[in-house]
Design a protein around this ligand. Structure first.
Ligand code: PEP
Ligand code: MN
Length: 385
């Protein structure tokens, strides 16, 4: 077997200053765990109940958090929104499990590596606050290893606010493998090691190669893990992922986050569920109705149409139910702010989202009304099933 360090880790930043990176990682290795192993183990239990059809998950938050989002008032506003939305799932007759995409969602994989800066010169793209600065200049966009220490500090600050009242589980994409590996800690509850950066982490669509370094990392940890499954995931890919990440673990240890897009889910998802056979019941099935439905508005802003997202959720539920599998919940990009980043109908694409009310650091998020609309639609489908 190939040693973990030899596997290809896709989408890693070209860090400047390798010596600084080494020092930063050494410091991270000695810092206290950000979350407790006991809490990660509790989440596995709650997710096992979801896999059995007794619970329902709401996992949501920003596409990319900014470090400034760790301020107590921001964290409290986001946690309040999560609990409000989670509460709306009670009418399904199942226990809501609320997981924030927060306190650590600071790194982004991007489809393009450069973009035009303010003066028209190509500069590296923004890769999340843990890597570079959002300002559109070449200097700001240099990947800076010191930002990994700042990511730790801001996560810790966010978690302190959550611990002081509005508790939720936390999650982020496990993209920066040297950061995640530096925060591995012994797991006294389940044995082995756990990722102490968040209660659960997910592997993104771009890094879910069953033979790649991200999946290897996910296989090593005891935390619950998610894997995004896009329209080009083959049944063989998903069978390999489940064999690697779920078969020996507790039910609920693996969530498959389906993000196929409304046009392809009806054709692709049945093939995957059928290929998994009886193993389909061991995983938690989440619908991310956002990432397969991203389009550009007439003015060129990235957006998503609410109607297409509710349609994808309905198809997700219909396919799973046809195969006797529980549609376990939603994975959404949301904000408590009154933004207009997503639009309600296809007709709105002509005018598009409002650039003055578009503040996302990365992908378009649902505003509070839009988030309620999606969650309510999902709850309604589940309650009437
Ligand atoms: C995301 O969740 O922001 C993301 C990049 O998703 P995906 O990996 O599904 O494209
Ligand atoms: Mn996103």
């Amino acid at each position: 077997m190939t040693a973990a360090s030899e596997l290809i880790a896709a989408h890693q930043p070209a860090w400047s200053e390798p010596d600084t990176l080494r020092e930063v990682l050494d410091r991270l290795r000695w810092l206290p765990p950000l979350v407790e192993a006991e809490d990660c183990a509790c989440l596995v239990e709650e997710l096992a109940a979801v896999a059995r059809g007794e619970g329902v998950v709401l996992q949501a938050g920003d596409c990319a958090e900014l470090f400034t989002d760790s301020a107590p008032d921001r964290i409290r506003a986001k946690a309040a929104q999560l609990h409000e939305l989670g509460g709306r799932l009670r009418r399904t007759g199942r226990a809501p499990v609320v997981v924030g995409r927060l306190a650590g969602q600071y790194a982004k994989p991007r489809s393009r590596q450069t973009e035009a800066g303010d003066d028209g010169v190509e500069i590296p793209v923004y890769l999340g606050d843990a890597v570079n600065d959002r300002a559109p200049t070449g200097t700001a966009r240099r990947p800076d290893p010191q930002r990994l220490l700042a990511a730790y500090a801001h996560t810790s600050r966010g978690l302190r606010t959550l611990a002081s009242g509005p508790a939720t589980y936390t999650s982020h994409e496990a993209l920066l493998l040297n950061y995640e590996r530096a925060l591995l800690r012994p797991d006294p509850v389940l044995g082995g090691v756990f990722a102490s950066s968040a209660h659960t982490v997910w592997i993104g669509e771009r890094t879910r190669d069953p033979g790649g370094a991200h999946v290897e990392f996910a296989a090593e940890i005891t935390n619950p893990v998610g894997v995004k499954i896009g329209p080009d995931a083959t049944p063989a890919d998903v069978v390999a992922l489940v064999a690697r990440l779920a078969e020996n673990g507790a039910p609920g240890r693996l969530s498959l986050v389906v993000r196929m897009g409304v046009d392809r889910i009806g054709e692709r998802l049945p093939l995957i569920v059928q290929a998994l056979g009886e193993h389909a019941d061991r995983v938690v099935w989440l619908s991310d109705p956002m990432h397969g439905n991203t389009v550009r508005s007439a003015q060129g802003l990235k957006t998503r149409v609410l109607r297409r997202m509710t349609d994808e959720i309905e198809r997700f539920c219909a396919v799973l139910r046809l195969h006797g599998v529980h549609p376990g919940g939603l994975h959404l990009e949301i904000t408590p702010d009154g933004v207009i980043e997503c639009v309600d109908t296809g007709a709105d694409l002509a005018t598009g989202p409002d650039p003055c009310r578009y503040t996302s650091a990365c992908d378009p998020r649902l505003n509070p009304h839009q988030a309620v609309a999606l969650v309510d639609r999902f709850a309604e489908v589940l309650a009437t099933g």
